[in-house]
Design a protein around this ligand. Sequence first.
Ligand code: AOF
Ligand code: ZN
Length: 365
Amino acid sequence: SLRGIFLEMNRLNDVDYMKLAIQAARHGQGCTYTNPMVGAVIVKDNQILATGYHKQFGANHAEIDTLNNLKSIDQAQGATMYVTLEPCSHFGETPPCCRRIVGVGIHKVVIGQKDPNPVVHENGIRFLREHHVEVVMTSLSKDVRNINQFYNFYFENQRPFITLKYASTLDGKLNQIENQRSIITGHEALKDANQIRQNYQAILIGEHTLKIDNPALTVRNDTNIKYPPVRILLVNNASSIVDSQIVNDKQAPVLILCHENDCEIKNNNVEVVEGRWTPERITSFLNEKGIQSILVEGGSRVQSDFIQAGLVDRVINYISPKLWGGQSLPVAYSKMDKLVELNFRIEDVQQIESDLKITADRQEV
Ligand code: AOF
Ligand code: ZN
């Protein structure tokens, strides 16, 4: 009948349901570290019976949250679950989702992406299949992978994702007068730069920037972030910064990476580690701590060191339409002992008031 055809045309399909699961996943933004954001939808006879997501680290996984949102658990019998990430098969903070899925009689699971975490990777899928649950992968893999870009990168590359962020003038300058803080962009660009901090697990600055700018390196907004980024200070001697605001404000954890330390900082918010720190060593140290993303905010010397080490995956550059000329400090300035070229693809260009924001991702050539 016509009505039948009409109903058929309006039927949601696998892609639509997965899009709903993606939307659900994103509600966990900022609360799930170091876990990924995950969302799920349960469907039977083309009816959405429940949606759910991973709300925060240590809480129920998305699959369990969604099953709990069913009117009655009997509804799961013979239903299909759409979930953005391969259901887990291990005992972590919570018991394995796969067992529960099998136990309640879900007959088909549509998965957005495999879990790159080696404790789960493909084990979840194998467990489900072994227990006669049909498993299908979706075609939306790019959209799904985008939800947990840093999580995926971390497990696939065995190191955190590194973003270099800075504001500069049209002539690529960072400050106007040596050893003085200069205001580069307008208010809205500054606010935007502040907001992006919440997407990272760590923010790193060098000693010079710390002393000149004395920044708080906190995310100042109303959104409720459970895990503010660790503030990493790269300094020569820890004793020279014991009195800085950052070390004493208790707003977020602080990690001081120094060459020497002849003082004792009595603040359980602050960790001091001595070493001969290079970008490579910093990256592998943070990797072992389970940090999946780092925002490098400068200054010039730190930027240059990360560029020279090839450890830049994304650049976020705010450009203010002014020229400072002269001998003011340029972006990424240091003596280099070899030629390097890192190549990027521009992903986004946005005008914020009179400033420009350019986002570019590393491109292997
Ligand atoms: C899922 N659904 O919603 C999430 C998953 O310590 P646990 O028990 O919280 O397990 C954390 C690991 O489980 C995490 O590293 C990732 O591999 C997976 N996350 N899995 O089935 C979810 N958040
Ligand atoms: Zn799970």
